[in-house]
Ligand binder design. Structure first.
Ligand SMILES: Nc1ncnc2c1ncn2[C@@H]1O[C@H](COP(=O)(O)OP(=O)(O)OP(=O)(O)O)[C@@H](O)[C@H]1O
Ligand SMILES: [Mg+2]
Length: 443
């Protein structure tokens, strides 16, 4: 007899996969959660099944955010991290399942546990609430970025050295923390050092520690360096390109031999740490210019992860705006909303400061706008009405301007024939351009 995937067997699979599973219907109502999810979240299916996520997410509620609600809104797969009232941190990948008419019938969420500390007893509601409010989550619906997160999760499980590259504000530090939390080292410390923020003369002592009397002004007790403090955990070296040249070889020794000497020390220190380095400069260029050691570069570059700038994943912009609007509404106890036209304008902006700049813009507009509806006139977003942006090419500006014009025209006229006539272009070109724009901004 042909072996069958019976309902009984499906149930066994459902409850025994290593990931949590959380199934939601097209209205946002929880249909089912598996046993793994119950275990990793500390929430029981009785508390969740039948509940609408709109009621589960928010201040004093069960979840700090919801991938499913973003999936319903964006009609696309979404990857997001969030935390729970039981003080767990989870990473979820939500995927829409469409019915024959193209409406979302179900959302299947696959969940990873990123919880760092296991609490034996439940924490009180106030603590839970402050944590929910202070949490910083990672949200994305861009395919490029979801691949980046997938890669990060895959290598998180190994001990490989990771090099995160990308412009300022793209989320390198956030991803480094996520990798640590997804690794087997998550119960051990994550120590972070920003090589650009610490004076050259102090970095060595910070990183490697020193013995008493190692140099004038050194504490008589000596000092444990970050590498030792991170024992068993992760060291995140931010802005690694700024690490002084002579320390680069000392760091190389740590990677190769897992040992080093404290400053002024004679005893070999053994360390077991995973290194994550980040740079917003191109290290290959730094190597070519003789500012960065080639051997160290190759050792760090075992798994390079490049985080794309926000303007190369514009589909993330409306999703992030939504997420930050919810976040700051919760924080400031408000119910403000950005107009569609403002969101569209923001989607076309260059965002040279990437997600940091976008987040600040949303927070500022929520804080400074009096009414509940935030438009481009009231938002006070620098550059929103600008036609010239320093450092952005004419081609890019024209493309953005063209996008605005086409979107405006498509609001006014329903058919590509009328749009083409109004703008004096061919119908084929109007259709092609609009298709491209809709794909980009996901409207
Ligand atoms: N995908 C994301 N979803 C939600 N928030 C994000 C995301 N990426 C970044 N952020 C937020 O944007 C801000 C900037 O991110 P982060 O500090 O990680 O950037 P960075 O690349 O380390 O920048 P820098 O090079 O300046 O150190 C942070 O507040 C972070 O929480
Ligand atoms: Mg950073």
């Amino acid at each position: 007899m042909q072996p069958k995937l019976s309902p009984k067997l499906l149930q066994i699979v459902f409850d025994n996969v290593y990931n949590g599973i959380y199934i939601v219907d097209g209205q946002g109502v929880t249909i089912a959660v598996n046993k793994t999810f119950e275990e990793m979240s500390g929430l029981s299916h009785a508390e969740l099944v039948g509940q609408n996520l709109n009621d589960l997410v928010g201040e004093g509620r069960t979840f700090s955010g919801s991938a499913s609600l973003l999936v319903l809104e964006r009609k696309k797969p979404v990857t997001a991290t969030y935390s729970t009232s039981t003080n767990r941190k989870l990473l979820v990948k939500g995927r829409p399942i469409f019915d024959a008419k193209g409406a979302i019938e179900y959302i299947i969420n696959t969940i990873w546990d990123l919880t760092v500390v296991q609490y034996s007893r439940p924490i009180d509601a106030d603590t839970a609430r402050t944590r929910l409010l202070s949490e910083e989550d990672l949200i994305t619906c861009s395919e490029q970025m979801m691949e980046v997160v997938d890669l990060a999760l895959r290598v998180a499980a190994t001990d490989s050295t990771i090099l995160l590259t990308g412009e300022s504000g793209v989320g390198k530090s956030l991803l480094a923390r996520t990798i640590h939390q997804a690794s087997r080292r998550k119960q051990k410390p994550l120590m972070q050092i920003n090589c650009a923020a610490i004076p050259e003369s102090l970095i060595e002592a910070e990183l490697f520690g020193y013995e008493s009397g190692a140099f004038t002004g050194a504490s008589s007790k000596g000092k444990t360096g970050l590498l030792e403090m991170a024992q068993g955990g992760t060291v995140f070296l931010d802005e690694i390109s700024e690490l002084p040249y002579h320390l680069q070889s000392k760091l190389l020794g740590v990677i190769q031999d897992k040992e080093f000497f404290r400053v002024g020390g004679r005893k070999v220190q053994q360390v077991d740490v995973r290194l994550i380095a980040a740079s917003n400069k191109d290290l290959a260029v730094q190597v070519a210019e003789g500012r960065f050691r080639e051997d160290l570069y190759y050792r760090l570059n075992v798994v390079p992860i490049a985080i794309p700038p926000l303007r190369e994943r514009r589909e993330d912009i409306p999703t992030l705006i939504q997420y930050f609007t919810d976040k700051y509404n919760r924080r400031y106890n408000s119910y403000k909303k950005l107009t569609d036209s403002l969101i569209r304008k923001m989607t076309a902006m260059p965002w040279k400061g990437n997600i940091r700049e976008l987040e600040n813009a949303v927070e500022r507009s929520i804080v400074t706008t009096a009414g509940d509806l935030i438009s481009s006139e009231t938002a006070q977003i620098p550059g929103i009405e600008e036609t010239f942006v320093d450092g952005v090419s004419l081609k890019q500006l024209l493309a953005e301007h063209e996008k605005q014009i086409l979107l405006k025209a498509s609001e006014q006229y329903k058919t590509t024939r009328k749009i083409a006539a109004a703008l004096g272009i061919s119908q084929a070109s109007a259709a092609r351009k609009l298709k491209q724009i809709r794909k980009e901004v996901n409207l």
